[in-house]
Design a protein. Sequence first.
Length: 199
Amino acid sequence: MRDENRASRQQKIEEAAYAVLEAKGYAGTSMLAIARAARASNETLYNWYGDKTGLFKALVVRNAEQVRTLLQEGLDRDGSPLEILQALGPRLLALLVSPRAIQLNRAAAADPTGELGAVISERGRETVAPLIGKVLERARQEGALEFDQTAGAVGLYLNLLVGDLQIRRVIGREPPLDEAAINRRAEQAYKHFLRLCAA
């Protein structure tokens, strides 16, 4: 199968997986239901992903790659690190509370093996935090920020930006945020962070 055809079919399968997950929850989602929704063969799904856990791991990896790419693009940009951080905030928050991210976190919570949660942790915060750390360290080197430990500064920023918002979205206690609300929260997080860490 040509790469572009396979990529197109994978996209349809993954979109179907999200649709079935939303309709039936993780426990009620089966490979057969996803295959039917994607108009693909059950055999194809098993050949490509191994099993349901493998398919959802692939979804987690793809979603996490979007976040990593976003941060890497920010790091590669010209401009001050504080400008990069300010620009990254709303985009990062939008990805973390997006419907797909929420669905994947719900699936991880329902996965009895714990494998999805481990992949989310590894590909999520454990990948994202060092990239944010590079932005903050660059700002410290330029004299714009003061902090002792990079990990602590990253944790502070993420707590201000996300806090318990994602988990409240996962458990259905917080409605979806529109673009304006995301921008407001990101800007508030940025300003509070500067008050606490500005040189």
